[in-house]
Design a protein around this ligand. Structure first.
Ligand code: HEM
Length: 203
């Protein structure tokens, strides 16, 4: 019975990492990339997202609750997991360890980022180009955002690889090799988009 509950928890944790959290991550990075077209272009895209009906319900159901579940259960997995990188120094073992480290880094980053933007907005600040420009003009914050965002992207892309294995989609060694290339590609593309976004906000 306990084993069954653990199985369901694991499956839910895995699914939520891709849908909706992973989908939201991609959407968020793409909307922010509008800054490369200038502050006007970003403000328009951000205002559109901000004007969606039932925004707070949408955010809670699509982002906050799934993220809370994934993060809390993720912390439990990360701190009870026993990596075997000391015995087997293989690529996949390193990815397993990095998945846990980047999960914790992502959590720290998201907590700060939500505080600095959404919570600040609830107290009357306007989330706009000016706000992000002010934040990212500080070299410390620039590096903090860079590390946080690259951690989240790595965690998502590498997580997608293990998601495909967990759900029985990539079973053969060949399909797992192909999905390694595809997920590394996703990591590279999303990272380039995000570095361009950070630079455009800061300078
Ligand atoms: C942007 C936010 C996040 C996204 C997009 C995301 C996505 C994913 C995905 C797709 C997986 C793979 C699921 C699978 O192996 O089947 C995963 C696994 C994992 N996530 Fe996250 N995640 C996020 C935030 C977090 C946070 C904040 C934590 C907290 C520490 C966390 C901890 C974990 C752990 C430990 C695993 C490995 C589970 C396992 O191997 O069984 N994640 N995540």
């Amino acid at each position: 019975m306990a084993g069954n509950r653990e199985f369901v928890n694991r499956r839910l944790h895995s699914l939520l990492g891709v849908i909706p959290i992973g989908v939201f991550l991609i959407q968020h990075l793409v909307v922010n990339h509008f800054i490369t077209g200038g502050p006007e272009s970003f403000n328009k895209a951000s205002d559109f997202m901000g004007s969606l009906p039932f925004k707070i319900v949408l955010e809670t159901v699509v982002i906050y609750l799934p993220l809370l579940y994934h993060a809390i259960y993720g912390l439990y997995i990360a701190f009870t997991a026993t990596g075997n990188v000391n015995r087997f120094k293989t690529y996949r073992n390193w990815m397993y360890i990095l998945q846990r480290i980047t999960g914790v880094l992502t959590l720290i980053f998201i907590a700060w980022h939500v505080w600095q933007t959404r919570v600040a907005a609830a107290f009357g600040s306007e989330v706009s180009y000016d706000m992000m420009h002010d934040i990212l003009s500080s070299p410390f914050m620039f590096v903090f955002y860079l590390v946080g965002i690259l951690s989240a992207i790595f965690h998502f892309a590498n997580g997608l690889w293990s998601f495909l294995v967990s759900w029985g989609i990539t079973v053969s060694p060949r399909s797992q090799l192909i999905s390694t290339y595809v997920t590394v590609g996703i990591f590279v593309v999303l990272s380039i988009i995000s570095v361009q976004t950070l630079i455009a906000f800061a300078f």
